[in-house]
Design a protein around this ligand. Structure first.
Ligand code: GTP
Length: 556
């Protein structure tokens, strides 16, 4: 296919502004999918995406469109809209020359509209503003045009007004893609240079890499080298995604497609890697900034015998989602497991749900935490920093954009939900990392009769130590069985106790029911009691069942 008739583009938008619906209409209009079917979010392939109605993974589809007597190849890369997944957006953009910036005609510019616009702007892409949902009763496309002009400096006559739901004016979108987005700047005669911008793991075929070809050609049977690992592979299959995989004989520069080359090990297909032909080494393409984990949580198999299964499930899923960081970890109470880093809370939930749905595992996920750098000195005495306002801009009379510096642990758990409910759903929110700040944090120990329970040591803000400590002590009290002596549960900062609960003594004698006599029955009961004890962890002389840790550590 001639390069000058190829366009690579993405759709970017705030959550729910209608990316997936527009993608469905584009697929229909180009005959890529059947119009008669009930097409809903065709590119959202994962079960978790359909259930939650959000896009998690960027998907690719090649569309063919006839315009003014000429056929064009339009490669569409769908992108997720939630803050947690903005790394997927920047990855998709690296394979594009332009974007459709979709804005809801009723809601106008929102936080991720701004964040996504700047990702595209920094990547020097052509931006086509598309005002969607003009069919809504309260739609005010004129107001949104003015917002776009004010915030992004794009003349309002460049905006295309559509209804993705009703299919109104979709042709203008495809025409704008052809007219306003330049074809990729590539050289087919040069040696192969292919960027791996995504990869998935297929149980039967191994690694399937999504590639964008910047130079050259790749065919089945070619010997290719990974710039990252320097390993050589033979190409087994290449093809395009329309949107399902369609094998082809070759992939040419300017095309976006997939490639299978016998990569078995999940670490072999690094996203951002450059593939080239053996004997024709090239300068690797600039890779991606690796995604930065913001939220950490422990993950353990419910049963240790499931450890190996879970290990391989995590390995395969992280190939699909390379933004998750994985470190081996172990806990005396929960056994061997991992410490995982996620981009945000939704990302963590989605990862967990995918493990359960796609790999049939069940796991214990501990309460998420955010990273801290500790300085062991009295400088912790420094006053806590609250949010600091950095920037304010009126988008129009009704909407204002505010920028704040926040401690990450304040926004990571329930900030987004609280903001939404306080503003009756009107406010939207996006964040980026602003580095580490000093804060008044303390390490809080949980003690059982004076012995520290390592699993429950946490870092908390000094002002919140009492309430957090109280919650943990109460949860522990509810889940600790009474024992032969009284148990003091304490939350302490250094030597200062900030919360306390007590479990009263109780005498549990398994032999009480045996009136003397029957020795075999006695032995049986004693054996059963000993088995029960295996599931317990001893802290000092206190036996703590595994369940108790799970109840205290588990999210919610
Ligand atoms: P994420 O993938 O989660 O970012 O969402 P999205 O931007 O892909 O939005 P999606 O296409 O799922 O649309 C969100 C909601 O808006 C759905 O309920 C759609 O039916 C609805 N919607 C999309 N386009 C239109 C439109 O033109 N008019 C109206 N009335 N509703 C629309």
């Amino acid at each position: 296919f001639p390069v000058e008739d190829t366009r690579n583009f993405s759709i970017i938008a705030h959550v729910d502004h209608g990316k997936s619906t527009l993608a469905d209409r584009l697929l229909e209009l180009t005959g890529t999918i059947d119009k008669t079917k009930n097409n809903k979010q065709v590119l959202d392939k994962l079960q978790v995406e359909r259930e939650r109605g959000i896009t998690v993974k960027a998907q690719t589809a090649s569309l063919f469109y006839n315009f003014e007597g000429k056929q064009y190849l339009l490669n569409l890369i769908d992108t997720p809209g939630h803050v947690d997944f903005s790394y997927e957006v920047s990855r998709s953009l690296s394979a594009c020359q332009g974007v459709l910036l979709v804005v809801d005609a009723n809601e106008g510019i929102q936080a991720q509209t701004v964040a996504n616009f700047f990702l595209a702007f920094e990547a020097q892409l052509s931006v086509i503003p598309v005002i969607n949902k003009i069919d809504l009763k309260n739609a005010d496309p004129g107001r949104v045009e003015k917002q776009i002009e004010k915030v992004f400096d794009i003349p309002s006559d460049e905006c295309i007004k559509i209804s993705a739901k009703l299919g109104t004016n979709i042709e203008s979108v495809l025409q704008a893609v052809i007219e306003r987005i330049p074809p990729p700047k590539v050289h087919r005669k040069n040696p192969l240079r292919a960027l791996v911008f995504d990869s998935t793991f297929d149980q039967y075929r191994g690694v399937v890499a999504n590639v964008a070809l910047f130079d050259g050609v790749v065919s089945k049977g070619d010997k290719i080298v990974s710039a990252h690992t320097q390993k050589t592979y033979e190409v087994n299959e290449v093809g395009v995604l329309i949107p399902n995989e369609q094998p082809t004989l070759k992939l040419y520069a300017g095309q976006v497609g997939y490639l299978i080359a016998g990569m078995k090990d999940v670490t072999e297909a690094q996203i951002g890697d450059t593939l080239y032909l053996r004997n024709q080494p090239v300068e690797p393409l600039p890779g991606f900034k690796s995604a930065k984990a913001m939220v950490f949580a422990g993950m353990y198999p419910i049963d240790q015998s499931e450890y190996n299964n879970l290990k391989s499930a995590i390995e395969k899923l992280t190939l699909n989602d390379s933004s998750v960081t994985v470190h081996r970890d172990s806990s005396l109470a929960l056994g061997a497991g991992w410490r995982l880093g996620f981009l945000g809370l939704l990302h963590m939930e989605v990862f967990n749900q995918r493990l359960e749905q796609e790999y049939n595992t069940s796991v214990i996920l501990t309460t998420p935490t955010v990273p801290y750098k500790a300085v062991l000195a009295s400088a912790k005495l420094i006053k806590a920093r609250r949010a600091v306002q950095k920037h304010l801009m009126f988008i129009d009379q009704n909407r204002v954009m505010l920028k704040y510096l926040f401690p990450l642990n304040e926004i990571v758990v329930d900030f987004y939900d609280s903001l939404k409910s306080l503003s009756s759903g009107y406010a939207s929110f996006d964040y980026e990392d602003a580095g580490y700040q000093t804060a008044d944090l303390v390490k809080m120990d949980i003690l059982l009769n004076g012995n520290i329970v390592e699993e429950l040591v946490t870092v908390v803000h000094k002002e919140k130590a009492h309430s957090v400590g109280k919650t943990i002590c109460e949860r522990l009290k509810d889940s600790l069985p009474r024992q032969l002596f009284e148990i003091a549960i304490q939350a302490a900062i250094g030597s200062k106790i900030v919360a306390r609960e007590t479990v009263k003594a109780y005498r549990k004698n398994v032999l009480a029911k045996c009136y003397g006599g029957d020795i075999t029955r006695k032995m049986k009961l004693l054996k059963r009691q000993a088995e029960g004890k295996k599931k317990l962890r001893k802290i000092g002389n206190i036996e703590v069942p595994k369940d108790a840790f799970i109840k205290v550590l588990k999210t919610q």
